[in-house]
Design a protein around this ligand. Structure first.
Ligand SMILES: [Zn+2]
Length: 383
């Protein structure tokens, strides 16, 4: 499967139609919530109930049938997510009704769409102008239309690739990556990407707008103006973060065939309040998702002892988060703690004896070259 995201430019009347479709999905979703108040319901129950609804409300036939069916999938997805949260010991309530503005997507699945000549053609909606900045590969399976909080429209296209298009994997092109707060990634070849911490940088202006909102009369025109700014800033933070994740994951996916990372335990980490904001801001999960999808093979290993053990002699060297250097009393190895961790991560898949044949000096040069390009890109970004 492969995903693409494109910006949509609907006309004013088309925008009304799109909003209307979202609202119909929201209406169905809320009907489902009301229905599921009686107890847990399966996806099939929801589908039966949807048929009933359609008989009562015949206007529903004016909308794409698959789109309405996908609300069943979304609803049972939400139920499952809630259930797994509960099983992980989190406090959860029941699913709430989606208010206006909270529900912002609808899905066309398997049929009813076409992508040609810079237009996205949706059945029962029309031809919408699309900025298709890259060619798509494979056959389109699903189209998700989303309205962002600040009012932009996007379309996510999911494509299925043929088996013949599957890549050949070179197992020698392998790397271990450690993710962290100070260094966003530190890999076993010594390449470092510092954490941009986007939220932190934009936090001051964000708080300023928030204060403006608080001063103004709730619901007034000036209040709404400030609110729109607030939402734009939030999107800006999110898109900067996403841009960073995309660029970094592309560098890794081009350079290596097999990438080894730690399994993240984010719920445990976020409990440490001091770190919580930086952790949420970093969005490692989003990064790993992008990496998983771009790279030929991503292996997730058990994180136990990766930061404690010495990567050279396996002695356990405990250290607090504040200690940045791993220095081993046993063998005298002195390297950055994150570098040490990334080598340990790699060793969980490939034993150290076999790795020694790789010429470290040569790979180091190419890595620093890329690191330079990467820093340069980051610089132009912030400038
Ligand atoms: Zn050692």
């Amino acid at each position: 499967m492969r995903n693409y995201k494109f910006r949509l430019y609907p006309t004013v009347s088309q925008e009304d139609v799109l909003v209307n479709n979202i609202n119909v999905c929201r209406w169905v979703y809320n009907k489902f919530i009301e229905y599921s108040k009686k107890g847990t319901v399966s996806q099939f129950d929801l589908q039966d109930y949807l048929m009933e609804l359609k008989q009562q409300e015949s206007w529903l036939y004016n909308y794409n049938a698959k789109m309405l069916q996908m609300v069943c999938v979304q609803m049972s997805g939400s139920q499952k997510a809630l259930k797994s949260l509960k099983e992980n010991g989190r406090k959860t309530g029941s699913l709430r009704f989606a208010r206006y503005g909270e529900y912002r997507t609808f899905i066309y699945n398997q049929s009813g769409y076409k992508l040609e000549n810079g237009k996205l053609i949706l059945s029962k909606i029309g031809d919408i102008k699309i900025k298709q900045h890259r060619e798509i590969q494979g056959k389109i399976k699903q189209v998700i239309i989303t309205k962002t909080k600040s009012g932009k429209w996007y379309c996510s296209v999911t494509c299925e690739l043929d088996k013949t298009q599957l890549p050949i994997i070179n197992f020698k092109k392998v790397v271990g990556i450690d993710v962290g707060i100070k260094n966003f990634t530190y890999d076993s070849d010594g390449f470092v990407a510092p954490n941009p911490l986007n939220l932190k940088k934009l936090l001051k202006p964000l708080i300023r707008v928030q204060k403006k909102m608080a001063r103004r009369k709730y619901g007034s025109n000036n209040y709404l103006k400030a609110k729109k700014w607030y939402q734009i800033m939030h999107e800006r933070i999110a898109s900067r973060r996403k841009d960073f994740h995309h660029k970094l994951s592309t560098i890794y996916a081009r350079k290596y065939d097999v990438i080894v990372v730690e399994k993240l335990n984010l719920t445990g980490m976020v409990k440490n309040h001091h770190l919580a904001k930086s952790i949420l801001d970093s969005g490692w999960n989003d990064f790993l998702q992008k990496l998983e999808y771009k790279t030929k093979m991503l292996i997730k290993v058990d994180p136990r002892n990766t930061s404690v053990e010495c990567s050279e002699c396996k002695t356990k060297v405990p250290k607090t988060l504040a200690i940045r250097i791993h220095s081993c009393p046993q063998c005298g190895l002195e390297i950055d703690r994150d570098h040490n961790a990334s080598i340990n991560i790699l060793h969980k898949v490939i034993p150290s004896e076999r790795r020694e044949s790789t010429p470290v000096e040569i790979s180091k040069r190419s890595v620093t070259q890329e690191a330079h390009v990467f820093r340069h890109r980051q610089f132009t970004l912030s400038a």
